[in-house]
Structures are given as structure tokens and as C-alpha cells.
Write a protein that binds this ligand. Structure first.
Ligand code: DMJ
Length: 489
């Protein structure tokens, strides 16, 4: 347990120039990639201590999740080798072995392949994305259009969690549109876009189930009824809100309904989840902080995880399209999250924690190499131009280097308060897809993955804004709602 405190301006002492920082981050990414290739190629993740592979979905996740980062960082040979490997191994292997959450398959595999295709123009990547994602289509043939959460490709079976039968999570149902719409645009096969349209139609038609514009985290995909009374921007809900905003952006405002739902959600966030004891409310109080809490069983209960640290980034992005004053709120929240990081002995933050009476209590004390906070720093840097966000990101990178590195890659730090307890033996693919990508881009030029042209998926795969001609052919807006063609559903 430790109290919240601010250490603003303490973390910008003699930093190396930006190009040098970018190169260091590039080298770190390369170590993680090389370790994966050497010890774990064909597997989902690297075990960075034992130099072995580890599997989860059986989809060579690190290979696919890393493709666009390899391309962006200019590792052309490594990129070509990875594409060749996929061309000869991927589909056959996937169809024999893949099993797991449809959500993860879409954000990591479909998104990773599409992004690498759009960046490189390598058609084989689109072909693999198309073939693979076609196998996921049956998961959406439910009464509501909401997905069955799991799939087993070998046995062509969809299934749900034993402990939550007939349920799917908000984030799992609502974080597919960017990938599926892009896939439809690129292939001309509208099955994917229609899946996404139907899901948003469900939410637009069920607004009476929302609580101040916010949605509970679990839904019955048969009845369409929500089965919990919790709201948050945390695990199981997080990227649903992110995709409302980003779908509005990628469709150039064509999905007006998504924009409306996003604005309603932010209004609800400010009303019931935004905790702020700073500035105007308490100008002399030392422990100034602002964060996004959660509600469980209709009561505030700020049991949170690291996943929720994406919120300042999302809110700052939203401030460019809707309420520009939200940028300041995003900065206040991000400053608190920076203080939480730099208040631990490692400069990294725990994976789960709760806040009570202005005091932070760490629960799961590990740092899992997650990207959410550097992602927020990236957006804040792009929208404010304030070096402060780069310095914070650099300090997090240095902590990752100091405490998580091995000879083969990076492992999750066991205890952010006692870094001497070392790391465990797993390097998740999002380290290469997201954490290192955002760190690299924050020290580059803003024209590199220009936010006026690209939207980052929740797995940090940049996808181009949809073409206006495709949008004109596929969408009409009536009263702010997207019309969909339901003939084939
Ligand atoms: C990533 O796989 C994605 O960002 C997802 O939306 C949730 N978080 C993990 C990384 O923490």
C-alpha cells in the first residue's frame, strides 16, 4: 500500500535525443523478435527465460502481431521472411489447431494481417486474412448477431464459457468493426461489414439497457439481455468504447450512431466514473489525482486494472472530433497514471489494484508488459506536442529495459514494488504489436502513421480510413442510424 503522490518534473533529466531513443527502442523490439524467431517460431509466444515456445490460440500470434511493427521499423528482411513463413505454414496449421476467443483472433490475426497488407501491399496477407476470417463467420450466426465467444477451427465448433453460458463480453462483441469493415472493403465480400453493422444495430436498438450511456460488461447473446450491473472502461468493456469512437473516425463520420453512442458514454463516464479531487475541488490538497473508476452492483467500487490506462489516449483522440475541452481531462488522468507508475520502486505499475479514500492498494503486483499507458502517452504527445508525454514514455521504457529484459527477450515483472523478484517466463505478442510500436512512434515524426489517415485497432494495428467511394456505396444514414442490408443474415 502507498499513498498517491505527484513527482511531476522529476523524470526528465539528461535524456538522449529522439532519434537515439527511437533506435534503442528498435533494438529492443529486435531482441524480442529475434528471441521469438530463434526459440519459439510457429508458437504463439516466446518464453524469454527458457528460450522455448508457448501456445494459447495456436496461431503463431507473435509472428502475425509483429508484422506491421517490422514494416514500420524498416526491418524489411525480417518482414519478408515472416511473410514467406506465413505463406507456407499458416492456414494449414491454423485449421488443424486453432482454438480460443474469436475476439482475440480478430484483433490479433485479422487486424495484424490487414494492417501489414495495407502498409506493404503484399496481397498474400490479404488472402490469408480473408481465408482465415471466413472460418469465423459462423460464430456470429446467433439470434442477436452477437458472437459466440469461442471457436474451435478444427472441429468447426463454436462454444461459450462453461461459467457464463450463452454470454459474451461487451469488449468481445464490440471490438471487431475496424477489422471487419476493412476486410469487406479490401475483398468486396460484404459478409464481414454486415456482421459489424448488425452488432452496432443491436446496441443502437438496446439503449434502454445502458446506464447513463454506459453498458454492463456481460450480455446474453441469445436474449440480448445484459446479465451484470457493472460499468467501467476496464477489462471486458474497454475496447467497446474505443471502437465506437474509432468506427466513427474510420467511416469518416458515416457511422453517426457510433459517434452518438461514444458521446453518450463519455457523458456517462464524466457523470459516474470520473474521480477527481484535484484543482478546483481541492487546490491545496497534495494528493491531487484524477482517474476513471468503476461501478459494481450500482455502487462505486474502484477495483481497476492496467487495461483501463488506455482511457486518456481514447479521450484525447475523441477530443479532436467532439468536445475539445476533454483533452485537459485526458491530461489530468494521464498525469495521475504516470504518478502511479513512478510511485513504485520499479517505475512500472501493477496489473490490478484498487483505490479507496485516495489511497492506492496493489493487488496483482506484476507488470505484464502491457501497452495501455504508453499508448495514452502517444496520443497525448500527438495532440498536445508536450514533451512531458515523451519523457514519461521514455522512463517507462527504461524501466522495462532495467527490469524485464533477458538474453532472448522480455518477461513480465513479478512485483513492481520488489523488482529484485525478477520476471516470469512469458513474452506476450502485444509487447511487439503495441508496447514497442507506440514507444517507437512517440519518438518519431507525426507524419509516420498519420492519424488523419490511419486508425489504430485495439491491438495497435494501423488501418487506413475507409475509402469514401466504398462508404458511399455501402452506407446511407437515416436519423443518425446506419442502415444495413440484412438479407444474408
Ligand atoms: C491487447 O491484446 C489489446 O489491447 C486488448 O484490447 C486488451 N489488452 C491487450 C494488451 O494489454
Amino acid at each position: 500500500m502507498f499513498s498517491l503522490f505527484l513527482i511531476k518534473n522529476c523524470y526528465s533529466i539528461s535524456l538522449p535525443p529522439y532519434l537515439e531513443r527511437q533506435n534503442k527502442i528498435k533494438n529492443s523490439f529486435h531482441l524480442a523478435w529475434h528471441g521469438y524467431k530463434k526459440c519459439a517460431q510457429g508458437h504463439d509466444f516466446l518464453k524469454p527465460r527458457s528460450c522455448q515456445g508457448s501456445d494459447w490460440l495456436n496461431l503463431s500470434l507473435t509472428l502475425i502481431d509483429s508484422l506491421d511493427t517490422l514494416y514500420i521499423m524498416n526491418f524489411q528482411n525480417e518482414f519478408d521472411e515472416a511473410v514467406n513463413y506465413l505463406e507456407s505454414h499458416f492456414l494449414e496449421h491454423a485449421l488443424k489447431n486453432a482454438k480460443g476467443p474469436v475476439f482475440e483472433m480478430i484483433i490479433r490475426v485479422t487486424g495484424g494481417l490487414l494492417s501489414a497488407y495495407q502498409l506493404s501491399g503484399r496481397k498474400i496477407l490479404l488472402d490469408i486474412a480473408y481465408n482465415f476470417t471466413s472460418y469465423l463467420v459462423p460464430s456470429f450466426k446467433t439470434k442477436t448477431g452477437l458472437p459466440l465467444p469461442h471457436i474451435d477451427l478444427l472441429n468447426e465448433k463454436q462454444f461459450s464459457w462453461a461459467w457464463h453460458p450463452r454470454s459474451t463480453f461487451l469488449a468481445h462483441a464490440g471490438s471487431l468493426s475496424l477489422e471487419l469493415m476493412t476486410l469487406s472493403q479490401e475483398t468486396g465480400d460484404n459478409r464481414f461489414k454486415e456482421i459489424s453493422d448488425r452488432i452496432y444495430e443491436f446496441f443502437l436498438n438496446n439503449r434502454k439497457q445502458s446506464i447513463c450511456g454506459l453498458w454492463p460488461s456481460r450480455i446474453n447473446f441469445v436474449t440480448g439481455l445484459f446479465s451484470t450491473f457493472d460499468v467501467s472502461f476496464d477489462a471486458y468493456s474497454d475496447s467497446f468504447y474505443e471502437y465506437l469512437l474509432k468506427t466513427y473516425i474510420i467511416t469518416n463520420g458515416c457511422c453517426k450512431g457510433c459517434g452518438t453512442l461514444y458521446q453518450e458514454a463519455i457523458k456517462g463516464m464524466k457523470k459516474i466514473l470520473y474521480r477527481n479531487n484535484s484543482k478546483t475541488q481541492n487546490p491545496n490538497y497534495d494528493d491531487q489525482h484524477a482517474y476513471i473508476g468503476s461501478i459494481e452492483q450500482y455502487k462505486p467500487l474502484d477495483n481497476l486494472t492496467y487495461l483501463s490506462f488506455f482511457v486518456p489516449g481514447m479521450v484525447s483522440l475523441g477530443s479532436q472530433y467532439f468536445n475539445s475541452l476533454d483533452l485537459e481531462m485526458a491530461e489530468d488522468i494521464a498525469d495521475t497514471y504516470a504518478d502511479w507508475h513512478f510511485g513504485t520502486n520499479s517505475g512500472l505499475m501493477a496489473d490490478s489494484f484498487f483505490v479507496e479514500n485516495h489511497t492506492l492498494f496493489l493487488i496483482d503486483k506484476s507488470y505484464k508488459l502491457r501497452p495501455e499507458f504508453v499508448e495514452s502517452c502517444f496520443y497525448l504527445w500527438r495532440f498536445t506536442g508536450d514533451e512531458h508525454w515523451r519523457d514519461i514514455a521514455w522512463n517507462i521504457y527504461i524501466s522495462i529495459e532495467n527490469f524485464c529484459k533477458t538474453n532472448h527477450g522480455y518477461g513480465e515483472l513479478n512485483n513492481v514494488e520488489i523488482p529484485q523478484l525478477g520476471i516470469n517466463d512469458i513474452q506476450d505478442s502485444y509487447l511487439l504489436a503495441e508496447t514497442f510500436k507506440y514507444l517507437y512512434l512517440i519518438f518519431g515524426d507525426s507524419s509516420e502513421i498519420d492519424l488523419n489517415k490511419y486508425v489504430f485497432t485495439t491491438e495497435a494495428h494501423p488501418l487506413l480510413h475507409l475509402k469514401q467511394s466504398w462508404l458511399n456505396d455501402n452506407y446511407q444514414n437515416v436519423n443518425g442510424y446506419v442502415l444495413i442490408n440484412t438479407n444474408e443474415l
